[in-house]
Design a protein around this ligand. Structure first.
Ligand SMILES: [Zn+2]
Length: 272
């Protein structure tokens, strides 16, 4: 009898392990950097066709048009994207990166001071408010995923000075938000999706996030063109896969991602 009871307990424990599933849906956040033409031409129409909202971290927007009398297509495109519910985030104006990353010396981050960098980020926020009319604090992505200048980590200054709300940094295929209680909302990691990444790899990152009951933040650049290029059909196929697996995954903006981290791990964190 004792053996039977033990067997039953072991069986229950074993089946419990097998059946263990993350509670609820896994949040997937799709971010796109640098305000590239393929975002307006390819990504937003694809996202819209599946009813998903993306987050676009934009640096300078071209305000002029090739044709006299017509408005910049970029200006109209980003304004419409925001109206549809896509998030427009701050990515500075001039996208200064460290010289060591291959940036031209004359515009490399090393030519900046901290006050100049903060002023630029503030201005970028004001510019974006003129594009989409949203006055509230925006989320931010560090150019080249770099948050230090002259050996100073400037991430805290961005929030304490009310230049930005929350921020995204970079990472690799292991960079899943898996511990919300200890997540730094000014350095939310993401996978910098490499050039030529395939559908199975995109799916694998989502599955890895689900396995640890975490959140998967993707950092895309060009889709079908430009740099860190991911094939447009691969991107569409990934969106279709997310839609087909809507019982397990939901797609949210970066703002929703930050709120989910706070809800899961940092209750009581003051909203900004
Ligand atoms: Zn960038």
């Amino acid at each position: 009898m004792r053996i039977h009871k033990l067997n039953l307990v072991l069986l229950l424990l074993f089946s419990g392990c097998l059946l263990a599933q993350p509670a609820g849906k896994t949040l997937i956040c799709l971010t796109y950097d640098d305000g590239l033409p393929s975002h307006l031409n390819t990504v937003i129409p694809q996202l819209d066709s599946f009813g998903f909202k993306g987050t676009f971290f934009i640096n300078s927007i071209r305000g002029s048009s090739d044709n006299i009398g017509s408005i910049s297509p970029e200006l109209i495109g980003w304004n419409k994207a925001s109206e549809k519910g896509h998030e427009i985030g701050n990515h500075t104006l001039f996208h200064a990166c460290p010289e060591a990353f291959g940036w031209q010396k004359s515009f490399a981050l090393e030519t900046y001071t901290i006050p100049r960098l903060l002023q630029e980020i503030k201005l970028a926020g004001e510019l974006l408010a003129l594009v989409d009319g949203k006055k509230s604090l925006r989320n931010f992505a560090y150019p080249c995923n770099n948050f230090s200048l002259h050996d100073t980590d400037f991430s805290m200054l961005l929030q304490s000075g009310s230049f930005i709300k929350y921020a995204r940094t970079g990472g690799n295929r292991d960079s899943i938000v898996s511990d919300p209680a200890h997540a730094n909302l000014l350095k939310i990691p993401s996978w910098l999706v490499e050039e030529g990444t395939g559908l199975n790899e995109l799916i694998a990152f989502a599955r890895a996030a689900r396995k640890v009951n975490g959140i998967g933040v993707y950092q895309f650049h060009g889709i079908g063109s430009e740099f860190f290029r991911v094939d447009a059909q691969v991107h569409r196929a990934f969106l279709r896969w997310l839609k087909e697996h809507a019982s397990e995954y939901e797609v949210g903006t970066f703002e929703e991602t930050a709120q989910e981290i706070i809800r899961k791990g940092q209750p009581g964190f003051p909203d900004r």
